[in-house]
Design a protein around this ligand. Structure first.
Ligand SMILES: *Cc1c(COP(=O)(O)O)cnc(C)c1O
Length: 434
């Protein structure tokens, strides 16, 4: 099995100790399931590795965009993680869920004045400032509100993380951050320090997602520490926080590369301490911003099989009752997934078919070339694994398909964390014109 929270009993797939076929019957399909204990375990792996090996005051921050709903904030705050928030909608969700906003970090390359005001009013602890006009706007608005806002400055270290172009964000020509290479970053630090209503606490970078190269974070830390040393030399300012962003990859299929994340964190921490000493700067407190690696393998999606179409001599299709509306990742990135037939989990795969959704779009493919049991048929339950990250948070109502619920499993017990959208939810903002 791909992960140790999966097992097959009497031909049925069990997830986090719960029978997926029964859960599909009880809650309906499509259905997102999340293993709460695994989310907590992943949080603790980050927290423990950092408290063991990084400077005091270091912290992991959950990148909410991977999967944002009210219930997740209780879990991550109980596990001692901060929260990355990229929009007023995420800020609102975290605040309503009772998240301690002093541990919230507001990210994004284009925060409007309205966003900035809202975030300050919600008490967001840190802004991760992405450019000069944000520094100007934030300083002005913080001044109007009579506060001093703590900030990190996002820079691009010019590191290629060897991942997909769509998720590589740390290169010099990225839309995110300010380039170190061009001299604009050091200039921006000077400007940030001159702003009366801003307090610069640290420097931030995020080089990309689905990182498996064990040296990516060491390489970006190397560039960032040199930059911190330059700041000290030129501006006589000691940077307290080094935020290296998120991006650790997770395993979606058997045979894919793997990285021991806690071991890699310890290695990065060791490097940061050693290199800081060489450069004669204080060892900065670290921030890491995992999104995917906290929730991806804690989630699976269940679907009911509908039409099974065999085009003789060409191709086979297994259609399910969800699709790109609940999981657009194959359509967006060609992402690979492992697919199991939950109620026939012990049968030999004998039929190759594309697993497709119900949308009016040929690109509505969840995964091509899946191996199914020969007798796959209407009414069977299909499980797509590793859907905890960037599925629910990227879901849409295309074709007016309601979004599925999220059911959390803990100690073998299931409870609804997000209810299924109703048709009335779908039309709740529509006005019937006279
Ligand atoms: C997306 C993002 C993350 C999380 O990335 P993962 O690959 O999900 O770990 C962290 N920080 C920033 C700034 C991001 O944009």
């Amino acid at each position: 099995m791909l992960y140790d929270n999966l097992e097959v009993k009497n031909g049925r797939l069990f997830f986090a100790g719960a029978d997926t076929v029964s859960l599909a019957k009880k809650h309906g399909t499509p259905l997102y399931l999340m293993d709460e204990e695994l989310i907590r375990r992943r949080c603790r792996e980050y927290r423990d590795a950092l408290s063991e090996a990084a400077a005091p005051g270091s912290m992991a921050i959950y990148a909410s965009k991977a999967c944002c709903f009210a219930g997740i904030y209780k879990i991550i705050s109980e596990e001692g993680l901060g929260a990355d928030l990229v929009s007023p909608g995420e800020i609102y969700t975290a605040k309503k869920a009772g998240f301690p906003m002093e541990n919230a970090y507001f990210q994004g390359n284009n925060k409007t004045d309205g966003d900035i005001e809202f975030a300050i009013d919600c008490g967001v602890g840190y802004f991760v400032c992405d450019g000069l006009d944000e520094l100007e706007a934030l300083d002005r608005i913080a001044g109007e509100k009579g506060i001093t806002q703590k900030i990190l400055l996002r820079v691009t270290p010019g590191i290629d993380p060897h991942t997909y172009d769509e998720v590589a964000t740390g290169k010099v020509d990225s839309k995110f951050g300010i380039a170190i290479e061009t001299g604009q970053a050091i200039e921006a630090v000077g400007i940030a320090l001159s702003k009366p209503n801003l307090r610069l606490e640290g420097i931030h970078c995020h080089v990309g997602s689905m990182v498996f190269d064990s040296d990516v974070f060491v390489r970006s830390a190397a560039v960032m520490l040199e930059f911190i040393a330059e700041i000290k030399k030129i501006l006589n300012f000691s940077v307290k926080i080094l935020d290296l962003g998120g991006g650790y990859g997770v395993k979606y299929y058997q045979g894919q590369g793997e990285l021991d994340i806690p071991a890699n964190i310890r290695q990065v921490c060791g490097f940061v301490a050693e290199r800081s000493n060489e450069l004669g700067i204080g060892v900065p407190a670290l921030r890491l911003e995992p999104g995917r690696s906290i929730v991806a393998d804690a989630g699976i999606t269940l679907y009911s099989v509908g039409a099974v179409k065999k085009i003789t001599g060409y191709k086979n299709y297994v259609s399910v009752d969800g699709g790109m509306t609940d999981n657009p990742r194959y359509a967006l990135y060609g992402s690979k997934y492992t697919v199991l037939t939950a109620n026939k989990a012990d049968r030999e795969p004998a039929l190759t078919a594309d697993l497709v959704g119900r949308c009016c779009e040929s690109g509505d493919i969840i995964q091509p070339g899946v191996r199914f049991p020969a007798d796959i048929a209407r009414g069977d339950i299909v499980a797509v694994l590793t859907t905890g990250a960037y599925n629910y948070s990227m879901a849409s109502n295309y074709n007016r398909v309601p979004r599925p619920p999220i059911v959390m499993i803990s100690g073998g017990e299931d409870r609804v964390a997000v209810r299924r959208e109703s048709f009335d939810d779908l039309i709740s903002n529509d006005i019937i014109l006279e």
